[in-house]
Design a binder for this molecule. Sequence first.
Ligand SMILES: [Zn+2]
Length: 50
Amino acid sequence: MGEWKCQKCGYSLQADKPPEQCPSCKEKCEFVDVTCYIPDCGQTGGDKRL
Ligand SMILES: [Zn+2]
């Protein structure tokens, strides 16, 4: 399970892989893997700017 965020609207969801269509935009958006950028991930590393 990972955390995905829509680059267009910022909508985030948890799934094994990003959806074909953003539930918020209703469009084919680019999703970025923000799994380890969420506070409760417990892992270190990653881009601190996010
Ligand atoms: Zn979206």
